[in-house]
Write a protein that binds this ligand. Structure first.
Ligand SMILES: Cc1cc2nc3c(=O)[nH]c(=O)nc-3n(C[C@H](O)[C@H](O)[C@H](O)COP(=O)(O)OP(=O)(O)OC[C@H]3O[C@@H](n4cnc5c(N)ncnc54)[C@H](O)[C@@H]3O)c2cc1C
Ligand code: FES
Length: 252
């Protein structure tokens, strides 16, 4: 883990008001794994604004990319940075996805901005794996395809692709995926992750989910990000033990 005084390089406005920022951060870029995140200090003062966690969306050489839309004050400040500004970044944090092992097809399931960690995962998947990306949003304006491959879309209102949730779309693909050894990688809002968790348990899928919650320190000190373990054996910390969990092992 590094605290790196990084250089803000550029901001690109992707479709649907999604921002993609590029940051020169060589130490973090060299050690980052897909599914990890960084805690970015978005303001120049320490108070009242805390750091904000963002998934590592992509890495190119010594540059890192982050994807976000404007939720509140933190993301608004991040969107106003200019080329050459210094950005204080803590990372890489968390465990990341485990993409090695015995499976043939990676099934990526992304809801809305839950697509953020997947361009990096897509790039770093072992070369012998096939990719199948299921990407959903409430409407076509929330469907984020940047950096993904072999994309199948769902929207709740039917404005693009399958009409229904991304997990309902997944259910329609189970026969197509039958016989292929799959590993599921999911990220998105909690109700989506819960539905994905249920589907995976029913079908005995090997499934890793990246969980979001409010965070403060980002590395296990403040105890501010507990998630209940499914076996009733206490809590894990999303920032340190996650954000990626075996879908069978946590209560959502
Ligand atoms: C491990 C991890 C990875 C993340 N990766 C990304 C990413 O790649 N891109 C991205 O845009 N966001 C990501 N987030 C969420 C991101 O941290 C929030 O968007 C950010 O904290 C909002 O800050 P803000 O100051 O703009 O909004 P705030 O003023 O803090 O909040 C505005 C609104 O957003 C809600 N909100 C704040 N934080 C979260 C959260 N963590 N989850 C759900 N709702 C929240 C608040 O309840 C409030 O209603 C991630 C969070 C975690 C824990
Ligand atoms: S955010 Fe502090 S322990 Fe997780």
């Amino acid at each position: 883990m590094y605290i790196e005084k990084s250089r803000f390089e550029s901001i690109e406005h992707l479709e649907h008001n999604i921002h993609l920022i590029k940051v020169y951060s060589p130490s973090i870029a060299r050690s980052a794994k897909p599914g990890q995140f960084c805690n970015i200090k978005v303001s120049d003062t320490d108070f009242p604004l805390l750091r904000r966690p963002f998934s590592i969306c992509n890495v190119e050489g010594e540059h890192i990319f982050f994807m976000f839309d404007i939720h509140g004050e933190g993301t608004l400040l991040l969107a106003t940075k200019k080329a050459g500004d210094e950005l204080d970044i803590l990372g890489p944090l968390g465990n990341g996805f485990d993409s090695n092992g015995d499976y043939q097809t990676a099934v990526i399931v992304a809801g809305g901005l839950g697509a953020a960690p997947f361009p990096f995962l897509t790039k770093r998947l072992p070369a012998d794996k096939n990719i199948y990306s299921l990407v959903g949003g409430r409407s076509l304006h929330q469907v984020i395809k940047w950096g993904l491959k072999n994309i199948h879309v769902s929207t709740d209102d039917g404005s693009e692709g399958f009409k229904g949730t991304i997990v309902e779309l997944f259910k329609t693909k189970i026969d197509e995926l039958d016989g292929k050894k799959i590993r599921v990688f999911g990220c998105g809002p909690n109700p989506m992750l819960k539905a994905l968790q249920e589907l995976s348990i029913e079908n005995n899928f090997d499934c890793q989910i990246s969980v979001e919650c409010a965070m403060a320190c980002g590395f296990g000190i403040c105890q501010g990000c507990p998630i209940e373990n499914a076996d009733g054996g206490g809590y894990s910390l999303v920032c340190k033990d996650g954000p990626v969990f075996d879908a069978k092992k946590v209560k959502l």
